[in-house]
Design a protein around this ligand. Structure first.
Ligand SMILES: CC(C)=CCC/C(C)=C/CC/C(C)=C/CC/C(C)=C/COP(=O)(O)OP(=O)(O)O
Length: 395
């Protein structure tokens, strides 16, 4: 009885929160429309019936928190860290005591950042040493699951990486690349959670090859890509003149990670199927009259086209949500973000141009189109951050 009372209490509290239209519920409704958009027979009703609530009661009486809510809590934590640092900066009237520099530490750190630079040489978008330290770390993590030794990766190895990550954040790096990361995260308001969550995404990849619904897929996309968005904002920086809330910028960054990952998934359906993996919501496949069998057979049918249209539409909604936030970033960070957004989103157009054959064709954006996107990206960089208050985006 006590359990059922607390369940009812929790659900009521949730409804109250929704009625009050707090920032969370506004975001939730907006995001829910993306959750709801697939499989809706009447497009005009898409926005009216959120499928995914933030608290879901199972028949067994357990209260399950939706992926969206879980991830949103990380967003709030990140935003709070940034705001705390901003407050500290404004309140700091005393001159900070001089830093004690261990002899030789500076040149070692310089070398550490140079090593990271070598790792991401071909990636000119990573223009600052802090971004390079991130990329050094991300490359190494990526190698674990995509590199030549990926077959040997075990949950224990991932646990060891997580323990190492904690040491890095505590200022105890194991090697040069770690040292650069350790230094970067000590200067910027970055929380360890997205870094840990990224490892969680790898754990998921070791044990899971099907996703029951979009809620499950969303969480996976957050783990493997949304986390990168959240890590990036503190280093990229929000424009000082921006009137947007820190939280809304983080939401956009998260949305860009999710959009990129969804696009990646839609582009690689055939490739993943050949590895026995289906990163598509099983319930939506079933609603469209499709099964894993159809994916493995790899035939483009009208059912497949219609299923794909809805998936593409959802990915575009996440890109759309990301767009607002790019303008709020520091001017210097906007160009690479705009360029990557415009280029990655074009993969969706290419899937359409391939008549939705993502079984045998890999959609890609040609060099010419990439070059054409760059001035457009630059033009967007010049759009000023919000100085006027916009509902849902203001401080
Ligand atoms: C929008 C705001 C406010 C900030 C930007 C925040 C950022 C940088 C978000 C982007 C996050 C990101 C780059 C996620 C990774 C997504 C992804 C699917 C990468 C694909 O990696 P690969 O699998 O190597 O891709 P390819 O196979 O296409 O090479």
């Amino acid at each position: 009885i006590r359990e059922s009372r607390s369940l009812t209490g929790a659900v009521r509290a949730q409804r109250r929160r929704r009625r009050r239209k707090s920032n969370w519920s506004l975001y939730s409704l907006f995001a829910d429309s993306k959750f709801a958009c697939v499989g809706s027979p009447e497009p005009e009703k898409e926005f009216k019936f959120p499928i995914c609530s933030s608290l879901v009661a199972s028949p067994a009486g357990e209260v399950a928190v939706s992926s969206e809510k879980k991830v949103y809590d990380v967003v709030l934590k990140q935003a709070a860290l940034v705001e705390k640092q901003l407050r500290k900066k404004t309140a700091a009237v005393e001159v900070a005591p001089e830093e004690v520099v261990v002899p030789g530490a500076n040149s070692l750190l310089k070398e550490a950042y140079e090593r990271c630079g070598e790792v991401c040489e071909e990636n000119s978008a990573y223009d600052s040493r802090e971004k390079k330290s991130y990329l050094g770390h991300l490359r190494r993590i990526d190698e674990l699951v995509d590199g030549p030794n990926a077959f040997h990766i075990t949950p224990t190895a991932l646990d060891r990486w997580e323990a190492r990550l904690e040491d890095v954040f505590a200022g105890r790096p194991y090697d040069m690349l770690d040292a650069a990361l350790s230094d970067t995260v000590s200067y910027f308001p970055v929380d360890i959670q997205p870094f840990k969550d990224m490892i969680e995404g790898m754990r998921l990849d070791l044990k899971k090859s099907r996703y029951k619904n979009f809620d499950e897929l969303y969480l996976y996309c957050y783990y493997v890509a949304g986390t990168v968005g959240l890590m990036s904002v503190p280093v990229m920086g929000i424009a000082p003149e921006s009137q947007a809330t820190t939280e809304s910028v983080y939401n956009s960054a998260l949305a860009l990670g999710i959009a990129n990952q969804l696009t990646n998934i839609l582009r690689d359906v055939g490739e993943d199927a050949r590895r026995g993996r289906v990163y598509l919501p099983q319930d939506e496949l079933a609603q469209a009259g499709l099964s894993d069998e159809d994916i493995f057979n790899g035939k483009v049918t009208d059912r497949w086209r219609s299923f794909m249209k809805n998936q593409i539409k959802r990915a575009r909604m996440f890109f759309q949500e990301a767009e607002d936030g790019v303008t709020e970033l520091n001017q210097a960070s906007r160009w690479p973000v705009w360029a990557s957004l415009l280029l990655y989103r074009q993969i969706l157009d290419e899937i359409e141009a391939n008549d939705y054959d993502n079984f045998t064709k890999r959609a890609y954006v040609s060099k010419g189109k990439k070059l054409m996107a760059l001035p457009v990206a630059y033009g967007r960089t010049l759009i000023r951050s919000s100085r006027k208050k916009k509902p849902g985006l203001v401080k």
